[in-house]
Design a protein around this ligand. Structure first.
Ligand code: ADP
Ligand code: ADP
Length: 222
């Protein structure tokens, strides 16, 4: 079963300036996918289209059977509940504690306070941050901040994790932790993982697919 389907996908920011064009591919449920390509080739742009930040100008793009071409704001909000998104620069809220960063989206999603507390504690344990609940992001190392972002992304049990250079700013140890968390989500929970990266880690244990972007076209190369 495919979770992401693109047919003749065409993405642009400015009229008649395609970033992605003539691209047809699909991503299977439960797969681990890397998207690579030269700097400026459109990797982040493609990922943006997957979370509905940039709508296709032509072609078809579907996530979980839902078309992103003409998706309404309310339907997009609904779809995002199934996505966990991670960025190179973490995008944590610096004025909020670690705990609040992870827990608030859960509270907003309507879970009871008890469930949110328990889920947040479990996740922070899972990313090895127990004891740092009341720290603010600027008080943490980059690797720790990215682990908070991971916990936040995993909080609502996403069906798909979309990660843009998740280890781009991290040291080797923290990178290994993040790759391990992405692998365990994929292996243990069957989460589809899509990662934009400039280099595929050599230590990965799970099987993966490799998509490459060149001259605006997305190729599945393995
Ligand atoms: P990559 O992630 O592969 O480095 P990007 O997807 O970030 O590449 O960028 C691809 C191209 O799209 C670049 O030429 C970039 O300048 C352009 N681009 C990215 N974001 C915008 C934007 N918001 N408006 C206009 N052009 C953009
Ligand atoms: P262990 O305790 O053997 O180190 P894990 O750290 O993999 O095992 O799992 C600890 C807890 O986290 C378990 O309750 C497990 O169900 C849960 N868990 C494992 N992987 C994930 C994940 N990717 N997202 C959320 N919870 C997870």
């Amino acid at each position: 079963k495919n979770v992401i389907v693109a047919k003749d996908l065409y993405l642009e920011y400015k009229k008649d300036t395609p970033i992605i064009k003539d691209s047809t591919f699909s991503i299977k449920s439960g797969s681990f996918v890397f998207i690579t390509g030269p700097s400026g080739s459109g990797k982040s742009t493609l990922l943006k289209s997957f979370y509905g930040e940039l709508k296709p100008k032509q072609g078809i793009l579907q996530i979980g059977g839902v078309s992103l071409n003409d998706i309404s704001t309310s339907k997009l909000a609904f779809l995002r509940k199934y996505l966990g998104i991670i960025f190179q620069d973490y995008k944590l809220i610096e004025e909020w504690t670690v705990k609040k960063n992870v827990m608030l989206p859960l509270l907003i999603a309507g879970y009871s306070k008890n469930v949110c507390e328990a889920q947040t504690a479990r996740l922070l344990r899972h990313v090895h941050l127990t004891g740092k609940e009341n720290y603010y992001p600027p008080e943490l190392s980059g690797g720790e901040q990215q682990r908070v972002a991971m916990a936040r992304a995993l909080a609502h049990n996403p069906v798909i994790i979309l990660a843009d250079e998740p280890t781009g700013n991290l040291d080797e140890y923290s990178s290994r932790v993040i790759w391990g968390l992405l692998e365990s989500a994929n292996e243990q929970l069957g989460t589809t993982v899509v990662v934009v990266t400039h280099s595929i880690p050599t230590s990965l244990k799970v099987p993966f697919k490799h998509f490459y972007i060149e001259d605006g076209k997305v190729y599945e190369i393995s």
